[in-house]
Design a protein. Structure first.
Lengths: 517, 345
């Protein structure tokens, strides 16, 4: 494939055949990359494709092993972040690097303070400048607000503001900035990105969300296994082009069989008028009802804060204050504790793999058997042989790539870690599997695997509830979708009724109907 | 035997406490001819038994990600409870009688009092959400105060018991069987039980899971509160047993006994590779750690090094141990990352 990326007058930064060699691996292999002036330059690839490494080299966090960087005609090299910043390059990391305990203006001027005399802080100037920049970003905020009290979207603005206080910003690198934003916040962010590019600032944008790329991107560069695959202007391509370039073959999400008569299937779970009060009045969940059939995958779609995760928390016994009925196989449950719910046949795959799913200090095998340990107890002792056999079985069944199950869990890739969390749930022999954003933060290859696992167990008679905020995914994986908005169920769609328009429309409906509490 | 330098280094790092122990034994046996005699070693075992048992309970607590500052005070309290029961009996005011219990009964009642303090720790930490450091700091003062109140600060010194009252035999725990101190035998028994409990049972693995990631453990169905309460009870029971042994060895119970012993227990656990962040630790490591501290103390005493220097050296050894521990963890993290990169296809 002849991908010709050359320096030119419309290029702000040109990377020429950059390689980065770590002991044992080549993270980047002669990758060329252009940052076009005043454009949104998207960098995309599966996890481990080398996107972050390339960004870190441009931002001066890491240094290239081979290859050259040019800004205009001038050859540049950055030994550290400060040098890159002097050349007008700023970076916003995926995990925000803010001080939640300090005020907005302190965050913005951290380590860039203006002094009064030798030691005094010129806070008057800091506050004045903070006001000016936040107004420019159309986010007027009191500079004295404590950052920890702000919403994630607002915090993101602070990160952008930090990069704008020096007037010379030429390139702003954004690493998955939308991963924790709501739909509205994403649109605000995109508007600001457009304004920045209009001022001639170039943006380098990393994201996993393909729809976003089509909306905001000008140029797309695809990396795979540390190599440059292709580069194109967004107007010339479509989503399937990107997916195909990323995975290397014509791979798409597995689709559910559409010809099943669900009305003939038995109902496994019925939820009636599930309500959950919000602190300080109002409802997190407002009389939500639904049914789940045997072998069915029911999708739950909605914006952040719509109440999706709360449904799972109620069912798993983490929210004893909920009201309404949960009926399992005809029996109304009195839900008291998560342990009890697991015994009854529920298994939860939580959203945040690292914080809620894995025990990082334990090995792969123990992470898998953690939920089902007591099934292997004889008296107080563990029947290790039986445990080991079952661990091997599940590793085999859901294709977890492991060299040795006694290795630390962190030696696995993100996708395989996610499979371990799912395997842990499966090992409890559940009747109902609750998956909260099962594809979050894993690459397309692993996503496909995860969806295949879900299909496999649904076909085997398990019933699945899946929360997802990615339209494309939930459309292909779910048999039926309910949409939540502001704690209210606003739609229930099946088969041909499932369209992106209807899902998105329904996800905003709860905010319009009725006044805000 | 070793694939490369890294794995040799890792093996050395993992066995470092044992290596240090051996080096210390060699050093002191050269410095003092009498050091490696049976007598000295048995005396060493007698000393180590005390904070070794404390350190076993402490290891459980630290693996869950907690800390138990109250164990030293529980040692003192347990001695006073047992001592008071033997010397003065228990007076029931409303009935106007004084009851004297047999020694096994005294032991059981004392352990129940210890378990109560542990239960209190567990309840304060799990049900009221108080940080373990603060909760056990509070119960440390309370247990010490209770010990002082018990005799108004005085020492119980006649623990031999009285044939007529049927409560003789308390000195057993301070005695020797075939020359081996009973305390050391109790240490061995508790260590074996604690090791099996930690490695071979559901309870043990739940302890590791809680310390590694409490949230994930909870969502996996681990009864976090129940396990934690049991762990604090275990730690306090260990402390009560140490209290009984100490009082028996001295044939006296003094309310200030056990002050700062919790620090020795923490030091032994940390020297043995227990991670203060939780989730990592072994009983074997802790025992070796306890012996390192014991050898340093006893060895320096025999070499005539002043107590003040002993404290400085103990401090240095602890800090050094933790620095090496950090080094080992960084190296392990790096190796895991490397394995992850290599497995990428």
């Amino acid at each position: 494939m002849a991908v010709n990326i050359t320096n030119g007058p419309d290029v702000c930064l040109h990377a020429e055949k950059i390689s980065k060699i770590y002991p044992g691996t080549k993270a980047l292999d002669e990758v060329s990359f252009n940052v076009y002036k005043g454009k949104v330059n998207v960098l995309i690839g599966e996890n481990g494709a080398g996107k972050s490494t390339l960004m870190k080299i441009i931002a001066g966090i890491e240094q290239e092993s081979e290859g050259e960087l040019f800004m205009g005609e001038e050859k540049v090299h950055f030994d550290d972040v400060t040098e890159a910043r002097e050349h007008g390059i700023g970076i916003i990391h995926q995990e925000l690097n803010l001080f939640p305990n300090l005020a907005v203006y302190q965050n913005i001027f951290m380590a860039k303070e203006r002094k009064k005399g030798t030691v005094g802080l010129d806070n008057e100037y800091h506050i004045k400048e903070t006001k000016r920049i936040m107004e420019k970003l159309q986010h007027p905020l009191d500079p004295h607000t404590i950052v920890g009290d702000l919403r994630v979207g607002q915090q993101q603005m602070i990160e952008i503001a930090r990069n704008l206080i020096q007037d010379d910003l030429k390139i702003l690198i954004m690493d998955e900035p939308t991963s924790s934003l709501s739909e509205q916040e994403v649109q605000v962010l995109f508007k600001i990105m457009r304004e920045l590019t209009a001022e001639g600032i170039s943006i380098v944008y990393i994201s996993h969300r393909l729809e976003e790329i089509m909306q905001i991107g000008d140029y797309v560069t695809v990396l795979r296994d540390g190599k440059l695959v292709d580069s194109a202007a967004v107007e010339d391509i479509d989503i399937s082009w990107i997916v195909q370039k990323m995975v290397g073959k014509g791979k798409s999400y597995p689709k559910r069989a559409g010809n099943i008569d669900w009305s003939a299937r038995e109902t496994v779970l019925e939820v009636k008028d599930l309500s959950l009060p919000k602190k300080g009045g109002g409802w997190l969940l407002d009389k939500v009802s639904f049914q789940l059939k045997k072998g069915e995958i029911l999708g739950i779609y909605g914006l952040m804060g719509a109440g999706r995760t709360e449904i799972f928390e109620c069912i798993m016994g983490l929210r004893p204050e909920h009201t309404g009925e949960v009926i399992l196989n005809g029996e109304t449950l009195n839900i008291k504790s998560i342990t009890e719910q697991i015994d009854r046949g529920f298994a939860l795959i939580p959203e945040d793999r690292q914080r809620e799913g894995l025990v990082q200090t334990m090995d792969i095998g123990k992470n898998l058997s953690l939920s089902s340990l007591k099934n292997y107890a004889k008296g107080i002792f563990l029947k290790s042989k039986e445990e080991e056999a079952n661990i091997d079985e599940i590793i085999d069944e859901i294709h977890i790539k492991v060299a040795d199950k006694r290795l630390p869990i962190l030696s696995l890739s993100g996708g395989n870690q996610q499979k371990v969390v799912i395997g842990k749930g499966i090992m409890t022999n559940p009747k109902i599997l609750l998956l909260d954003e099962p594809s979050r933060g894993i690459d397309i290859g692993a996503k496909t695997d995860v969806f295949e696992i879900m299909n496999h167990f649904a076909d085997a008679g398990l019933s699945l509830l899946v929360v997802s905020s990615e339209l494309e995914e939930i459309k292909s994986i779910a048999d039926r979708i309910i949409v939540l908005s502001n704690g209210i169920k606003t739609a229930e769609l099946a088969g041909d009724e499932i369209t992106e328009d209807r899902l998105v429309m329904a996800s905003y409906e709860g905010h319009n109907s009725g006044k805000k509490n | 035997m070793f694939k490369d330098k890294t794995s040799l280094m890792m093996t050395l790092l993992k066995g470092r406490t044992l290596i240090v122990l051996v080096l210390l034994l060699i050093f002191f046996s050269v410095a003092n001819d009498n050091f490696l005699s049976t007598n000295t070693l048995l005396l060493l075992a007698k000393h180590v038994a005390l904070y070794g048992i404390l350190a076993i309970g402490m290891t459980y607590v630290i693996i869950t990600g907690g800390i138990d500052l109250s164990v030293g005070a529980v040692v003192g309290l347990a001695g006073m409870i047992a001592g008071g029961m033997i010397q003065n009996g228990v007076t029931l005011q409303f009935a106007g009688v004084t009851l004297y219990f047999s020694v096994p009964m005294v032991v059981i009642l004392t352990i129940i009092v210890g378990a109560f303090i542990g239960w209190l720790n567990g309840i304060i930490i799990t049900k009221f959400g108080v940080a373990p450091f603060i909760a056990t700091l509070g119960t440390m003062y309370m247990a010490r105060g209770w010990a002082m109140l018990h005799s108004n600060g005085a020492t119980y010194s006649s623990l031999a018991g009285n044939e007529a009252l049927g409560n003789t035999g308390f000195s057993f725990f301070g005695s020797r069987i075939a020359e081996i101190p009973v305390g050391a035998l109790i240490l061995v028994v508790i260590a074996i039980i604690a090791h099996i409990l930690l490695k071979k049972t559901v309870f043990g693995w739940h302890i590791f899971a809680i310390g590694g990631n409490e949230k994930a453990a909870k969502l996996s169905g681990v009864k976090v509160d129940k396990v934690k309460i049991l762990v604090y009870i275990f730690s306090a029971v260990c402390a009560a047993i140490v209290g009984l042994i100490t009082a028996s060895q001295l044939e006296a119970a003094h309310p200030a006994t056990g002050e700062t012993w919790e620090m020795n227990a923490i030091a032994a656990a940390v020297l043995g590779g227990t991670s203060m962040a939780g989730g990592i630790g072994t009983i074997g490591g802790t025992i070796v750690g306890a012996f390192v501290i014991g050898v340093i103390s006893d060895g320096m005493v025999m070499c005539g090094v002043s107590e003040f220097w002993q404290m400085i050296i103990k401090g240095l050894v602890i800090i050094l141990a933790v620095i090496i521990d950090q080094f080992q963890r960084n190296m392990e993290a790096k190796m895991a990352l490397q394995a992850r990169n290599e497995s990428k296809d």
